[in-house]
Design a protein around this ligand. Structure first.
Ligand code: PYC
Length: 329
C-alpha cells in the first residue's frame, strides 16, 4: 500500500451459493439526489470501482455486490446500487438477502429478535425486507420486490428452429426459455453451452424486439436469460451478463417467473412457489397480489432465502496496478 492507494471495506456473503460483496466504505461522493441518479453517476464517472471490486483477480464471472449509501428516502435504512460483472442492476434479490443478512448480523441496523425489518431504497423502487433472527443469526430474509410483470411472448430462431421465450420483469428483464427446447439439460457440466446459447438468444431478442419498462426509461433492454426445467419443482439457471451462471435461484428471476406463471393461470394469489437453482439451493416465492393497469398485470411477489457471511475485506486500490480494472475471460 502507498499514499496513492484507495481503500474499500466490504462484507462478503453468499445467498444459495451466489456471492454478494456489500461495500461499506471507500466510495467517493456520488452526484445526484436520487438513487437512480447516483447509479448513473457511478456508471459514467466511477465505473472503475465496480470493475475493481467484481472482476478477477478480486472477483469472478458472477461476482456481484451492493454499494451501500446513506438513505436518500425517509422510509429507507439505506440506499443501494447493485453491481455485477455485466454492469448495474435496477434490483437484485440474492444481493438483497445477502446485504440484509450482513447489515443485521453485523449491527448496521438495530437487531431485534425474532424479526428485524430492513428497508432498502433501490433504483427499481423501495424494497422491504423482514429478517428472521435467532441468536444473532439471520435465519432467513423475506423481501417484497418491486412490481413484476409478464411483458410478452416471442419466438426466437435457435439452430434453425423457433423457440418460445417469455419476456418478464422482476426487477430486471428476463428471457425465460425451457432448456429442453434448446437441447440442453440444467447440469453444471453444461455451463458453457448454457451460457453461449443464452447470450446468443438474448442478443437476437434485443435486436428484434422492444423491451422496456413502462415507468423507468433507463430499464430498456433484456439483460438476463433464465433457462428452466419442469419437474416436482421448477429448476432454473439464470445467465448473468456477460456470461456467468447464477448459483442461486435468482430473486428477481423468480419474481419474473411468478409473473409468467400467473399469466399462464398456473399460480394464484397467496400460492407458494419453490424455485430451485442449478446448485440445488431454493427460494420460496409467494404471490401477494396482482393488479391490471394499462393492459399490464403487475404482481407483488415476496421471496424468502438465506445467506451466510463469509468474509470482511480491506481492498487496496493502487493506481500503478496494471490490473486495477481487472479482466474478464
Ligand atoms: O438474485 O435477483 C437476483 C439476481 C440477479 C442477477 C443475479 N442474481
Amino acid at each position: 500500500m502507498n499514499q496513492n492507494s484507495k481503500q474499500f471495506i466490504t462484507l462478503d456473503t453468499h445467498t444459495g451459493g451466489n456471492p454478494t460483496r456489500t461495500v461499506l466504505a471507500g466510495m467517493p461522493e456520488l452526484a445526484g439526489d436520487t438513487i437512480q441518479e447516483k447509479m448513473l453517476d457511478m456508471k459514467e464517472n466511477h465505473d472503475y470501482i465496480r470493475k475493481f471490486l467484481v472482476n478477477p483477480p478480486r472477483g469472478h464471472d458472477v461476482m456481484s455486490g451492493t454499494i451501500l449509501l446513506p438513505a436518500l428516502r425517509p422510509e429507507a435504512d439505506y440506499s443501494v446500487i447493485f453491481i455485477e460483472t455485466g454492469g448495474y442492476l435496477p434490483m437484485c434479490g440474492h444481493d438483497t438477502i445477502g446485504t440484509c443478512t450482513a447489515l443485521v448480523e453485523m449491527g448496521y441496523v438495530e437487531r431485534q429478535e425474532p424479526f428485524t425489518s430492513v428497508v432498502l431504497d433501490t433504483p427499481a423502487g423501495v424494497v422491504e425486507a423482514k429478517c428472521k433472527v435467532e441468536n444473532g443469526k439471520v435465519e432467513e430474509v423475506t423481501f417484497v420486490s418491486t412490481e413484476s410483470f409478464h411483458l410478452k411472448t416471442v419466438d426466437v430462431l435457435f439452430e434453425g428452429r423457433n423457440v418460445r421465450c417469455d419476456i418478464a420483469y422482476g426487477g430486471n428483464f428476463y428471457g425465460i426459455i425451457r432448456a429442453e427446447d434448446l437441447g440442453l439439460s440444467l447440469d453444471i457440466a453444461n455451463s458453457e453451452g448454457i451460457v453461449a446459447a443464452a447470450m446468443e438468444l438474448r442478443d437476437v431478442i434485443n435486436s428484434e424486439h422492444d423491451v422496456r419498462h413502462p415507468e423507468y426509461p433507463f430499464i430498456n433492454k433484456l439483460t438476463h436469460m433464465e433457462l428452466y426445467e419442469e419437474g416436482e419443482v421448477i429448476r432454473n439457471t439464470v445467465v448473468v451478463p456477460p456470461g456467468g451462471i447464477d448459483r442461486s435461484p435468482c430473486g428477481t428471476g423468480t419474481c419474473a417467473k411468478v409473473a409468467t406463471l400467473y399469466k399462464e393461470g398456473r399460480i394464484s394469489e397467496n400460492d407458494v412457489f419453490i424455485h430451485e437453482s442449478i446448485t440445488g439451493s431454493q427460494f420460496k416465492a409467494r404471490l401477494i397480489s396482482s393488479k391490471e393497469e394499462n393492459g399490464i398485470t403487475f404482481n407483488k411477489v415476496s421471496i424468502t432465502g438465506s445467506a451466510w457471511i463469509m468474509a470482511r475485506h480491506d481492498f487496496y486500490m493502487n493506481e500503478s496496478d496494471p490490473l486495477q480494472n481487472g479482466y474478464l475471460l
